[in-house]
Design a protein around this ligand. Sequence first.
Ligand code: ACO
Length: 432
Amino acid sequence: MEKTAQLEIEGRPYSLPIVEGTEDEKAIDVQRLRADTGYITLDPSYGNTGACVSTITYIDGDKGILRYRGYDIAELCERSTFMEVCFLLIYGELPTDEEFSRFKERVLAHSLIHEDMKSFFQSYPGHAHPMAILSAMVCSLSVYHPQLLKAEQTGEEREETISRLLSKVRVLAAFAYKRSVGEAFVYSRPELDYLANFLHMMFTTPMRTYEPDSVVRKALDVLFIIHADHEQNCSTSTVRMVGSSKANLFAAISAGICALWGPWHGGANQSVIEMLEEIHMAGGNYKKFIEKAKDKNDPFRLMGFGHRVYKNYDPRAEIIKKYCDQVLDHLGINDPTLEIAKGLEEAALTDQYFIERKLYPNVDFYSGIIYRALQIPTNMFTVMFALGRLPGWIAHWKEMIEEPGMRIARPRQVYMGATRRDYVPLAQRGSN
Ligand code: ACO
């Protein structure tokens, strides 16, 4: 028998269907509520709103579980690669040998951008934030591929759009970096794998060819796997929202990049390092910053702490912390911010304020320290996050666009403004 929830609206009973997920998540389906009763549900910031049914990523924030298509994040980090995870997220299954070769070939075939696009980069001031450049450039890709902008694409056209975007975004990110440090752009070497090619475009100069070592490559692979998806977060919901108007994929992803930029979302990785540096410069007294974070009259928040969904240790932070130690050890780097981060974490986890509110380190708390060890400048951290998140955004866009009966996303509101009033001409309004 279908399970239902009973609602009484001003004395009138109303029955709502219950939807149960494969991991026992339960939802009350309110899709017909307004049409049947005239009422809507009110949920600013969507803390209790399921915007879709999805088969991509499962999170249990209380237990600290994160799985992509059923596979545990820790196992994927240990045994898989970012490219394989891209395929898994976008197409739903781990690839066969043949599928994987074809996928890699398609992606690697598009690792150049139109020559004209280089002049765009040169028009930005040197201090331009690379996230601004990246979002503008991803949207600009649409100009060069008008054949891929159709709202109704064939399967082949969709594959073409996805592989071009996956590949070219690395070039755009690397060129944004080169522009910010005033170095010449370095062309892709299509014979290199996805991440090695990206690192080559970032760090090769006329003076030296960059060859990343295996520990660095593995750490970056893991960081990208960890960033790859996180179900209906702010940027992914933005991609779905924009994509629901049937805007093209480039436009939807560009919007997602802008959403990710904010310091309460992906921009937190930059803010964490800036905060740790500030604590270091102030003599390393992190306890003072804990007090600031607890003070309700102070807008300061402990960056890299807290999460809307995780009310337990973020499993991604646990994995990153391990790689953080490994990379720094391997490269022989003694970064004082790592010690400050560990001290801060320990102090926060034993502090009543953080315990009561279930505030734990999130994915961004340690990632910046690894990026810094890899010589990636602070303002590029969120760009790295965006590169990692790209397959997740694409997977959600694809899932949504392929859903039968898909409708444009269009929330409602409760209007609390002035009721109808008559216009008063300027001359009759008097003064304050
Ligand atoms: N430092 C101090 N206090 C905090 C922090 C923090 N980092 N995060 C939450 N709190 C407090 C809030 O002030 C609030 O306290 P109150 O109940 O006394 O008013 C309580 O904890 C609950 O916080 P909310 O703001 O309601 O939590 P929400 O789910 O809306 O926000 C968010 C989540 C934005 C991540 C928040 O924890 C935060 O700002 N963290 C710092 C920024 C950050 O690290 N963002 C990255 C998140 S991961 C990602 O997006 C990739």
